[in-house]
Structures are given as structure tokens and as C-alpha cells.
Design a protein around this ligand. Sequence first.
Ligand code: BGC
Length: 437
Amino acid sequence: MEIDRRTFVAAAAAGLTLAAKPALAAKPSSFPKDFIWGAATAGHQVEGNNLNADCWLLENIKPTVYADPSGDSANSFELWRRDLDLVTSLGLNSYRFSLEWARIEPEAGQFSIAMLDHYKAMIEGCRALGLRPIVTFNHFTTPIWFAARGGWMNPDAPQLFARFCDKAARHLAAGIDHATTLNEPNLAGVLQFLLPGGLLEADKAMAAAAAAKLGVPVFLAGNALYQPEPAKVQANLQAGHTAGKAAIKAVRGDLPVGVSLAMLDDQEAEPGSLRDAMREKFYNAWLRLARADDFVGVQNYERSLWGKQGKLDPPASARRNMMGAEVYPPSLAGAVRYAYEVAKVPVIVTEHGVGTDDDTLRAWLIPEALTHLKAAMDDGVPVKGYCHWSLIDNFEWVFGYKIHFGLHTLDRQTFERRAKPSALVYRDYIRSHTAGA
Ligand code: BGC
């Protein structure tokens, strides 16, 4: 979803061009032996046939803003063992994936033991291969019944989410290495003032069609672009994180729990820029909330250059992703440094990557970004791990299957996965940059 928001932020930007800042001096030291090296996916984006999810309904309704329906996706619901083998073949020690709330609780209050067992098998499958499972309890998609009750706008939403976290934790917490409650809740409804009106109208029309189909006044999906009451949604998501974390902790107090935030590397391009105001708007409430967590998950794909009037264009020389946004390797370290400055808890990079068909871009990005990340660690920022988004090409929300973030390609007919050259670059970087490896 975020590429969408990010791209429209870029589209709304003013037209100034700046010279690139010089790269940070990289320090050649090694990552610690216990560093978490992972790759990430999310249930709805890889599993396929997630029939009870809000997104499935919206992908298949008329009108829809989705370029493709998710359909079988990578069929990872069946083929997750193959995915774990991909993770181990890259020499990684961790896999980040998410639970599908819509499978586990397909009707309100009805919990599926079979589906909980499915995720338990994945967690145990990770353990058997020596992989540390990082489990996202909710990655955007919510059950249809939840969206039909107003989604995150519903005053009961935090408690409904906490009930789900409780059930899931009772079944699964024992094997989890790190848990995150929500994925990128900080941007829900926050950027819509920057989105092109046409897209918001289309999103609204799609949600209205879903509401009409179900005979409810409001259908609000977990990743809706248009949020009628953004402040309410933000407050409920924050309460949901706190209640969800408490539910997980009540089951297993020693399980590290955090939240994953979408963070750009916001840079001040001129004195008096909007940078600090934007940080306040997009992240600070969540980063302050994260002070009470065990860690904060940072997800970075870009930087933003802020001027006095708004966001500025990237330098003309910038390398760009498939959506035309700048790919700037030091942005990861920049976002991580800021997250730590405010949250003051250890950081795990739960996502970082690039949507591109030019795999040389990914092969360039990974080592560069990691070297800058290590420099931040050498400066004292406690970073515990890095998960690349994504393990395989997958369903990229409104863009369907057109944007590719994977370390592996996906054949949508045979479900064959194949390592891209950048996957081997990632593997080799880890080998040569981990202490005692
Ligand atoms: C989201 C993923 C998404 C990725 C690339 C992140 O914002 O968590 O679901 O696929 O960015 O856009």
C-alpha cells in the first residue's frame, strides 16, 4: 500500500531540484553474530484465496481501484515450506510473515483452530530450520465483518483486535521470536490530503459499493485510502496497538512486541522547511507510543526533501523505482536514526526494498543501504535486525502484480520461485559482513 501513498506524495511535490547530499562515510566493521537477517512477506500478498478479507471483496467488486484481484497470489498458503527453503538458501536466520485475521476469525467471535494450527506449523517450521519467526499480527487486511462494522473507525475496534491477539497469542506465542501488532498504522488517513482527488473518489465509490453489497452504512477496509474520520482511525489504531500488545504480553510476558511504522528519511532541504512539521504529523505520536514497547519496527523505502512550501523533487541524477520515486540507499539509516532518537528503544528494520524490474537497482541498493545502517549502529543506534521486502514478487495492493519487490521471481501459473541476482548479493553481503560468519 505504501508505494501508493508514497508515490502520490511524490506526485504532489513541488518542482525544485537539489544536488544530492554526499554519501555518509561508511565504516567497514561487521554486523554482530546475533543480528537478525530476514526477508518479509504478508499474508494477503502471498497466500492467495484469502476469501474472508476486506481486500478480497474490494478487488472483486465494481468499481474497484485494484489493478488485479489477488487470486492465487504465490499460493504460499500451500507452499510456505518452499518459502522457508528460499529463506534458508539465502543464509538468512529469520522470516517475517503475518497472520491473516480473516482466516483465523472469519466471523466475529468464531475462531478457527485449523487456521491457528496452520500458522503454528509455519512457526514450528521456521524453528525446525533455525529461523526466528517475526510475526505481524495484522498486516493491513481485516475480516469482512470487521470492515462492515466501520473497520478502525468503530469504537469497538481496539477491543476486537485485542480479542484476536489474545486468541492468536494463546495458540502461537510460544514459538514466536518477535511480534508486531500492526503494520504501518501511522499513515492510515494521514496522507489523504495529498492524494489526487480522482483516486480518493474512486476509493470512496469502491467502499460504497461494498457497503451496498453487504447492506451496511459504512465499509472501511484496513488499507482504505479514503478515511472519512482519520483522527478517529488514528486514535483507535493507537489504542488497538496498546490493547493488542497487552493481550500478547498477558500470554507471554517475555515475548518482544512492537509496531512497524512507515518512515521516510525526512531531510531539511532549506532552513525553515516543513520537515519537522511533517515528522510530527506522520510519526511522532507513534514513536512516542513505541517508547513503552520492546522495539520499534522501521519500514523505509525513500527519503523526502522538504522545503518551506512542501516536498521538493529529487536530484535530476537520482535513480528511480518503477513508480518514478527516488531510490536513495542512505534513506534507511536516516529513518532508523530518527526512529531511535524519538522512540529510544531498539530498532528492527521490518521492511526495506525497492519496486523495480531492474534487479541491478536492488543489487546496488542492498549493500549500500546496509553499510549506512551499520554506520548508524557504530554511532550507537541499537539495531537488532534487517528484513528485506520482499522474499518473492507478490500482490502489491492496488497495483496488483505489476510492481515487483521480490528477491525471487514468481511464476503465477506454476508458482515457481527463482532467485534474482540481487538475492545472491544479499546472501554474500551477509556472509562477508557478519562477525564470525
Ligand atoms: C507494506 C507492504 C508493501 C510494501 C511495498 C509496505 O508499505 O507494508 O505491504 O507491499 O510497502 O509497497
